[in-house]
Ligand binder design. Structure first.
Ligand SMILES: O=C(O)C(=O)[C@H](O)CO
Ligand SMILES: [Mg+2]
Length: 257
C-alpha cells in the first residue's frame, strides 16, 4: 500500500484543529496535510507535529479571501503583488514545518479578461513561486479541480490542461497534484493517466465519487489503483482528502483491504 497522509481539514474534524494531529498519529498515519496553517503560529504547528511524531506533507499557499469565496490568486491579473506575498508566507511556514510540498491554487476565472491574459499571468506567477520554492528545496504543486460540482468557475479545471501548463512552466520543481476524485469527475481514465504521467505527479489525493467520501463508498476502484501505484513504484504520499460518511474513525476500514 502507498503512504497515506491524513488531511486534517477533512479528517478528525470532530475535534479542534490542534487536537487532530495526535488523533491522526493514533490512527496510524505518519504524515498530515491540510488546507492552511496560517491561523496558528508556525512554532505551535511545529510543536503539534513533533509531539505526534508526524511529517508535514503538504499545505496550500494563502489563496486570497477564502471566506469571501476566492480560491487562489495565481491566474488573477493585477494581484501579482499579493501573490508574491503569499509565496513568501508559505515558504516561511514550510521552512519552520520542514515541509517540502506546497500547493498553489489557481483562482476563479475573473470576468473581463481573455484566456491568453489569464494563462500569461498564471505562468509568470508559477515560475516566480517555483524559483522561490527551489531556494528552500520545495516542490510547487498545481492541481486540476473540477468546476462542475466542487469549485464552479475554477480556472485550472482540466487534467490535460494541468499537464500542458507544467510543460509551459518548464521548472523541474513544479509537479501535478493529482486528486483522483477531481480527475474522475473531469475525465475518468485514472489508471492510464497515472501510468502515462508518473514522473510528473508530485502528490496524489483521494476520495470516492459521488459524494467525496472515503474509498469504497463510490465508483472508483481504489484497491486496483493502490496496487497500480505499488507496481509502478510511486514513492510519494497519498493524501486522504475525503469527507467521512459518518465519523473519521468509522471510515478508516478501507486501509486494511
Ligand atoms: O479542493 C481540493 O481538492 C484541494 O486539494 C485544495 O487544496 C483546495 O481546496
Ligand atoms: Mg485536492
Amino acid at each position: 500500500m502507498p503512504k497515506f497522509a491524513a488531511n486534517l481539514s477533512f479528517l478528525f474534524t470532530e475535534q479542534p484543529f490542534p487536537e487532530r494531529f495526535k488523533l491522526a498519529a493514533a490512527a496510524g498515519f505518519r504524515g498530515v496535510e491540510y488546507l492552511f496553517p496560517y491561523d496558528y503560529p508556525a512554532a505551535d504547528v511545529a510543536g503539534w507535529l513533533r509531539e505526534a511524531g508526524l511529517e508535514q506533507v503538504l499545505f496550500n499557499l494563502p489563496a486570497g479571501d477564502w471566506a469571501a469565496g476566492e480560491r487562489g490568486l495565481a491566474c488573477l491579473p493585477g494581484r501579482q503583488g499579493e501573490f508574491a506575498e503569499s509565496v513568501e508566507r508559505a515558504c516561511e511556514y514550510a521552512m519552520l514545518l520542514d515541509c517540502s510540498r506546497l500547493h498553489c491554487l489557481a483562482g476563479l476565472r475573473p470576468p473581463g479578461h481573455d484566456e491568453a491574459e489569464l494563462e500569461a499571468t498564471y505562468l509568470a506567477n508559477i515560475r516566480f513561486a517555483a524559483d522561490r520554492c527551489a531556494s528552500i528545496g520545495a516542490t510547487l504543486l498545481i492541481e486540476p479541480i473540477n468546476s462542475r460540482i466542487d469549485m464552479p468557475g475554477y480556472w485550472l479545471d482540466d487534467v490535460k490542461k494541468g499537464f500542458c501548463l507544467l510543460d509551459q512552466v518548464d521548472r523541474s520543481n513544479v509537479k501535478l497534484q493529482l486528486d483522483l476524485y477531481h480527475a474522475q469527475i473531469i475525465q475518468g481514465d485514472l489508471a492510464r493517466t497515472i501510468e502515462a504521467n508518473l514522473g510528473r505527479i508530485g502528490h496524489i489525493q483521494i476520495a470516492d465519487n459521488p459524494g467525496r467520501h472515503e474509498p469504497g463508498t463510490g465508483e472508483i476502484n481504489y484497491p486496483f489503483l493502490f496496487n497500480l501505484l505499488d507496481r509502478l513504484g510511486y514513492a510519494g504520499w497519498v493524501g486522504c482528502e475525503y469527507k467521512p460518511l459518518t465519523t473519521t474513525e468509522a471510515g478508516l476500514g478501507w486501509r486494511a483491504q
